[in-house]
Design a protein around this ligand. Structure first.
Ligand SMILES: CC(C)(COP(=O)(O)OP(=O)(O)OC[C@H]1O[C@@H](n2cnc3c(N)ncnc32)[C@H](O)[C@@H]1OP(=O)(O)O)[C@@H](O)C(=O)NCCC(=O)NCCS
Length: 189
């Protein structure tokens, strides 16, 4: 739904994607490659963000992805995606992944992750503004606020990493190697 200000509801861009895990997705041990799930997550993040923005979007960043349970061949994987937070041109899409084994009647939580998608003008390739979100439930308010705070944490983290890189010189690098599981080999430049 869209209101007169052009704001859209969270529900109007929510997406569910189901995919059967076939043998070509798996390693020799029958476990599905993490990259297969990442690809599905990227696909649903795009669908959800582009549905909200009604614009072309790119993946700007993906928060850490921790797989808490393995997924096996023959299981049905379901992904749920929802726009949590909207900035000027960016959107945080929350994605929950579960897998189901029908024979054993087991449903496992595989992971929950956050993708930051940015709407981009197709001609200029520059970020373009996206519609605001209409928040209709307590959960949507909480998710929006958490999304806003995560956006600040991500920006801080990017700055910290950039600052850290500037503090590195050869002396500091060699100090940091002390006690680590590595040894210096023949030096190459
Ligand atoms: C993402 C991208 C469009 C940002 O462009 P930019 O010129 O740096 O944009 P800005 O600094 O103006 O930021 C635009 C928005 O993106 C967000 N953003 C930029 N870099 C980000 C990052 N690394 N992580 C999360 N959000 C990011 C900003 O917070 C801002 O959000 P807001 O408008 O809601 O406040 C640009 O870096 C890009 O095109 N990257 C390549 C994306 C891509 O090709 N992905 C697929 C890889 S295969």
């Amino acid at each position: 739904m869209v209101n007169e200000a052009g704001f859209r509801t969270v529900q109007s861009s929510q997406v569910i994607l189901k995919e059967l895990m076939v043998p070509s997705y798996a390693n020799f041990g029958g476990k599905v490659h993490g990259g297969v799930l990442l690809s599905l997550m990227d696909k649903i993040a795009y669908t959800c963000a582009a549905t909200h923005a009604k614009a072309y979007c790119v993946t700007a960043s993906v928060d850490s992805v921790d797989f808490v349970n393995p997924v096996e061949v023959g299981e049905l994987v379901t992904l749920f995606a929802s726009v949590n937070y909207v900035g000027k041109s960016s959107m945080e899409v929350g994605i929950k992944v579960i897998s189901e084994d029908f024979r054993k009647e087991i449903v496992k939580h595989t992971n929950t992750s956050y993708f930051t998608m940015v709407a981009v003008d197709e001609e200029t390739r520059k970020p373009t503004s996206v519609p605001g979100l209409i928040l209709q439930t307590d959960q949507e308010i909480r998710r929006f606020v958490m999304g806003k705070l995560r956006k600040q944490l991500r920006a801080g983290h990017r700055r910290d990493i950039a600052d850290l890189r500037k503090t590195l010189d050869r002396v500091r690098e060699l100090q940091e190697l002390d006690g680590e599981n590595c040894q210096l080999g023949k030096h190459r430049n």
